[in-house]
Design a protein around this ligand. Structure first.
Ligand code: SF4
Length: 171
């Protein structure tokens, strides 16, 4: 009961603060707040047209037909390309992964993507998907540090003790 009352109190205070800020004209546009909150996670806001396109990209039924001819590419890619289907199903489903997905698409030319589109039973627009990934890749960052330093994430993992490491090596 006490917990609920506290929750209600916090909600009421948050509402009052929001109303107060709006009344003073301090309201930050939603998109600006989105960018501020999610830029570190590599998530960029998408337009209505982008969202409509993403529905087309999600038509894949994992039949594997577009993997035809990918064997040599997979073998020479040193892990950067794991087949077209994998690219459609996994790497392109999450905006923060677009950097890696764009590197994988470098193993496929537009002509090859066009040929693969002809094999696809659900007409996934592979060339459009590749263009979309390339266009949004610069915003993606999962493992790259931010220009102003990596995000500080609370962790229970103890920091590395470099002094004792070097002392151990000298012994
Ligand atoms: S051919 Fe089309 S449906 Fe089949 S795995 Fe490739 S993209 Fe998906």
């Amino acid at each position: 009961m006490r917990g609920r009352l506290l929750a209600l109190l916090f909600l009421a205070l948050a509402l009052l603060r929001t109303l107060w800020r709006r009344a003073r004209g301090e309201r930050q546009p939603g998109l600006e707040r989105f960018r501020e909150n999610y830029a570190d996670d590599g998530l960029a806001p998408l337009s209505a047209a982008d969202r409509a396109q993403m529905a087309d990209f999600g038509r894949c039924i994992a039949c594997g037909r577009c993997d035809r001819g990918d064997g040599p590419r997979i073998a020479t890619s040193r892990g950067q390309f794991q087949g077209t289907m994998n690219l459609v199903l996994a790497a392109t489903r999450s905006l923060p992964d677009y950097g890696a997905a764009a590197r994988s698409f470098e193993f496929l030319t537009d002509a090859e993507l066009e040929r693969k589109e002809g094999l696809c039973p659900t007409a996934v627009p592979l060339r459009r998907l590749a263009a979309f990934v390339r266009a949004n890749a610069p915003a993606a960052r999962v493992s790259l540090p931010r220009a102003q330093g990596t995000k500080s994430i609370p962790s229970s993992f103890p920091p590395a003790d470099r002094t004792s490491d070097s002392a151990r090596q000298q012994r």
